[in-house]
Design a protein around this ligand. Structure first.
Ligand code: DER
Length: 230
């Protein structure tokens, strides 16, 4: 799987890094590490500013000696590379498996081009087919009970508050100080519509459905080949 991820990331960088790139967004998760690995080999990369999508992403930038920026100072991103939990036939994505979906979506709306990198497990026809943990939803802590109730009203049988990792009693807390609810809606025929319905629930900060935001997706296959969706 790691070789597959690496192949996908190297091709994604080689095919999508504009020569004039000044600001690059770096996503979260285990796959995007190989994007940074490739970028480090590009001449002039020391002059590029990198925007993170969360604490882990920031650490990845800083630990590789790359220049760190933030959206306040660098609101125009030339290209962003990020992982995903599932990508359907129309380049809609479920994101948020790593609980970084809010900052990921902020970078997604700031960038001219958003490129997804993943292994073949994420390459799907319809959202919900592979990623069965549910749509990740970032919520304001004091509203989570209300949001759980509204998600049931929308048809989710058992929305779940995401609990912290072992050694952390209580729910996971995001980089922004919020909770995550995972809501399984089964196969998602109309991602854009579901996104809008969830987003309107009071207390919802952001929804891990990225609809019509991705320009291309690179999937590493076990045989070392790469499938590209555009
Ligand atoms: O949370 C996210 O959307 C991340 O991009 C993440 O889920 C991708 O993780 P992976 O690259 O480790 O599969």
């Amino acid at each position: 799987i790691e070789l597959a991820k690496r192949q996908a990331c190297h091709m994604a960088v080689d095919e999508n890094l504009p020569k004039s790139a000044k600001v690059i967004g770096i996503g979260s998760g285990s796959t995007v590490v190989y994007v940074v690995e490739r970028l480090l080999k590009k001449p002039g990369i020391e002059n590029v500013v990198f925007l993170p999508t969360g604490f882990q992403s920031k650490e990845l930038i800083v630990s590789n000696g790359l220049r760190l920026g933030d959206p306040d100072c660098y609101p125009d991103v030339d290209v962003a590379f990020d992982g995903a939990d599932e990508v359907d036939a129309n380049l809609n994505c479920i994101k948020g498996g790593g609980a970084c979906l809010f900052q990921e979506k902020l970078i997604a709306v700031l960038t001219k081009r958003l490129v997804i990198v993943a292994d073949s497990r994420k390459n799907s026809e319809k959202l919900g087919a592979y990623w069965v943990k549910g749509v990740p939803i970032e919520v304001v802590p004091m509203a989570y009970t209300f949001v759980l109730r509204e998600l049931k009203r929308l048809g989710c049988k058992e929305p779940k508050l995401r609990m912290g990792a072992p050694g952390k009693a209580g729910p996971l807390v995001t980089d922004n100080g919020n909770f995550i609810i995972d809501a399984n809606f089964g196969l998602i025929d109309k991602p854009e519509e579901l996104f809008k319905q969830i987003k309107l629930i009071i207390g919802v900060v952001e929804v891990g459905i990225f609809s019509q935001m991705i320009q291309s997706a690179y999937f590493g296959n076990p045989d070392g080949s790469v499938t590209v969706k555009k």
